[in-house]
Design a protein around this ligand. Structure first.
Ligand SMILES: [Zn+2]
Length: 612
């Protein structure tokens, strides 16, 4: 997944949860030590009128201990019937526990091979985003997409919803005839007139990588391995933007071994997708906000592609080990960017991310236990662990290891690590042992205090520094502007999105209205469509109450639902009474178009629940 800096107030759920969770995963009720799912056959009908999926999930199981109970995770699912090897069997749903849902226990015998659960989803299933036609780019057809990470698969499929459990799957999906259905599996790239789609996923995946999308979609192929799906209105722009995909696959495979998933395609979702991207295997889901027109925001694709090794191939065993997914992926993303676009460009991205990490740690407090790489999320929603720490502190730790042993040894180590744990899950302790056994010499173990990085809060003193000459240019230009030097337009020639972002971030918080007017007039910030630049500019405008930008602000907040962008804008608006009033007015219109993930964040910022 690609997020950027999401600081949540880390609240504990009510303490008296009486949760009987799996001994290996505090976020699952399942019992994979006793009986484990090996294959899932899904048969679902997609009903846009009732906003409901209905059908059955047939689970092929392996009973290791002869237990008479299969425990599954389920949240807000209407279970109709359960069968064991074709015969109806008893089932029981426990009292629901907040984000975790209920334990669905199904009676089996030691000989049972297949368990079939008939069910349908209920309104409010958090993994499902049902979009009305007006929330899509085309405006004619509705759209459905899922987001299962971290523990939302259980809101649309009854499964052992733990990253430590992998299974292969196949699926029959029936959708309205005019729409195309896609899954994180082998996909057909053409429309089926009868609306019936069959999918097959021969590689075992954890439940959080289960994904489905249904909409009016077109496909553009780059070569025999990869392509992009998008709504007809966006397909040409999307095809242009992601044209470096084949080169990215080549670079990634050269670095850390073959791509093992068959095809690699990207699906561009409507603007309400709350995240940057989601690494659903074979089919990355991506926000349209990276379509900048100049290919400047495609590091997101490098990130999601890198997950085909770190995360999807070698998976964090629990959400406490989330940094093993995201730290490795963020490191790998930078290596792909460096290979394709060169070191100065990659350094620029690295430096910006490192600065953001330092801000995150400052905001969270450097003794905050959630600034450790290995987290303790027991009893809490694993989304609480989705901060910069897993991504950027993780990446900096791996960068330090690379610098300590040299790139050649490090790359061999990493390639072997991906091979050793392919299609398996890994705990932090296992990685640490593998690192000590296979990479670090006794001298190097004295140099890098691994435990400090993994188990202690804050940013260790030996965190590598990154120098970016490109960003220094942006800083100099910002200083020149503030000190009143005449602006030379030549300065901005050849600047990328990241130069402009850094330029704006280097300006002081308080600017005069005439300074803002000057920037608006001369650099045209208020007319920019690039979502990153637009969001940064609008933050500057809110801080300084630059009213000519408020129409633009309202349009942006209404059209885009990516949490990374809307969250800081609402947060800044909420800092003043007049700003909050404006925010509430805009939110009233925008809220129905946002995903539940985004709504949850903005509800908190604006105190929406108390007032509505
Ligand atoms: Zn990610």
């Amino acid at each position: 997944m690609r997020i950027t800096v999401f600081l949540s107030v880390l609240l504990l759920f009510a303490c008296n949860m009486h949760m009987q969770t799996s001994p290996s995963d505090p976020h699952s009720f399942s019992n994979p030590q006793e009986v484990v799912i090996r294959h899932l056959s899904l048969n679902l009908n997609v009903d846009f009128n009732e906003k409901k999926l209905s059908g059955y999930a047939e689970l092929t199981i392996e009973n290791k201990t002869g237990t008479k109970e299969l425990k599954l995770d389920s949240r807000n699912l209407q279970i109709e019937k359960a069968e064991a090897d074709g015969k109806e069997t008893r089932f029981h749903l426990s009292e629901p526990v907040s984000a975790f849902g209920s334990c669905l226990s199904v009676s089996i015998t030691p000989q049972t091979k297949k368990v079939k659960v008939y069910y349908h989803t209920l309104p409010g299933a958090e993994a499902l985003q049902w979009l009305n036609p007006e929330q899509t780019a085309g405006g004619i057809h509705p759209f459905l997409f899922t987001q299962s990470q971290a523990i939302l698969a259980r809101t649309w499929i009854p499964v052992q919803d733990s990253p430590g459990v992998r299974f292969t799957y196949d699926a029959n999906i029936t959708s309205p005839p005019s729409l195309m259905a896609l899954m994180s599996a082998e996909n057909d790239t053409t429309l089926h007139a009868d609306g019936v789609y069959h999918f097959n996923m021969p590689q075992p995946v954890p439940s959080y990588l289960m994904a489905l999308a249904v909409g009016d979609l077109r496909f553009h192929a780059y070569d025999h391995r990869c392509g992009v799906f998008a709504e007809p209105a966006m397909i040409d722009n999307a095809a242009y933007e992601f044209a470096d995909m084949p080169a990215m696959i080549d670079s990634a495979s050269l670095l850390y071994g073959d791509y093992r998933w068959g095809r690699y395609d990207v699906l561009v979702l409507p603007p309400s997708f709350p995240f940057g991207g989601m690494e659903n295997p074979r089919l990355t889901f991506a926000t349209p906000t990276v379509i900048a027109g100049d290919r400047s925001l495609t590091s997101l694709i490098a990130h999601e592609l890198a997950h085909s090794w770190s995360g999807n191939l070698v998976t964090n065993a629990t959400w406490n080990d989330f940094w093993l997914n995201e730290g490795f992926t963020t490191y790998f993303e930078m290596r792909i960017m460096e290979k394709i676009y060169g070191k100065p460009y990659a350094d620029m991205l690295s430096k910006i991310s490192l600065e953001e990490l330092k801000h995150t740690i400052e905001d969270m407090g450097d003794t905050n236990p959630d600034t450790r790489l290995f987290l303790d999320l027991k009893g809490r929603n694993p989304d609480d662990g989705v901060t910069d720490i897993a991504y950027e502190k993780g990446r900096m730790f791996l960068t330090l290891l690379e610098q300590t042993v040299g790139r050649m040894r490090w790359d061999v180590f990493l390639k072997n690590y991906f091979n050793e744990y392919a299609f398996k899950s890994v705990t932090t302790a296992q990685f640490e042992k593998y690192l000590n056994d296979h990479l670090l010499t006794d001298d190097e173990k004295k140099k890098v205090i691994v435990a400090q990085w993994i188990y202690r809060p804050g940013l260790p003193d030996d965190c590598p520094e990154i120098v970016s000459d490109e960003l220094l240019k942006a800083e100099t230009a910002a200083n020149d502007f503030v000190s009143g030097k005449e602006v030379n337009h030549e300065t901005f020639k050849g600047w990328t999105t990241h130069h402009f972002l850094h330029y704006m971030r280097s300006l002081p918080e308080k600017l005069s209205l005439s300074q803002l007017y000057f920037l608006d007039k001369n650099l045209g910030f208020n007319a920019v469509q690039n979502a990153e630049i637009r969001c940064q500019w609008l933050q500057l405008c809110i801080k300084n109450d630059y009213r000519p930008a408020y129409g633009n602000l309202e349009n942006f907040l209404t059209a885009v639902g990516r949490r990374k962008f809307v969250r800081p804008l609402y947060k800044q608006l909420a800092a003043t009474p007049a700003g909050k009033e404006f925010a509430l007015k805009v939110y009233e219109t925008a809220r129905p178009g946002y995903h539940s993930v985004t709504r949850k964040s903005i509800d908190e910022i604006l105190g929406w629940e108390q007032t509505h």
